[in-house]
Design a protein around this ligand. Sequence first.
Ligand SMILES: [Zn+2]
Length: 251
Amino acid sequence: MKLYVSVQTEAQLQVALQSTASRALVPLQLLDKIPQHERERVVITLPWLFEANVNKVKATLGQARSLGFSRLLADNLAHFAVAKEFDLTLHGSHRLNITNSVSLGAYSDMGLTDTVLSAEMLAAQMRDVTGDIATGYISYGRLPLMTLRRCPKSGGSPCSPPKANCRAFMKERDGRRLPLICDGHAVYLLNAAPLWLFDKAKDFSRMSFDLVVFTTETGEEAERVLAARRKHDKPSEQTAFTRGLYFKGVK
Ligand SMILES: [Zn+2]
């Protein structure tokens, strides 16, 4: 199974580049940390696009294109238009919410070259989604619960890189901490526990790749996560984790 890794910080990026990952999903603001010979592996991820930031984001993307970056993660239809404008290869994110072969075929016709399927499916349902392009699933990571326009910590606009992760969190009534990530454009409220499916890899054996999503992990934690993936480890008893909906399904 091929490995894709999504990162938020420079430390996570270094771990991803040193790993066997065939693709590294990297935010626009970290691209200047990537040596030339690694650029082919990189899939650029864009911040949330608003009318107010779209021109600035496109200008930065144009610079990245001229440096040799050629791949873009598609979260929504705007990214298909942007990819066409800059002649970028498109990779689909779980946010496209592809749950069937009809949808997969339509997105493939629009230029998608591979995609993560919806995170709201059963593992068994994923096996039935087939088409011309490779499909993958999220095997690890804290998934966003909600996107906010203001940072609850600063009380104002989202904190900007390099302190993109302002280390703020919200507390559930039961005391669990929901981390927040600011990317300079929006704030993402994350699940308290990461999804963990390394020990369930055989249920996904028909898929082409799995995506490991790093959010709040330090570089050392990210290394430990990739080591656990190699060994198909179960989550440790101390680790709070979730299986997502892959096995429960939607009721
Ligand atoms: Zn913040």
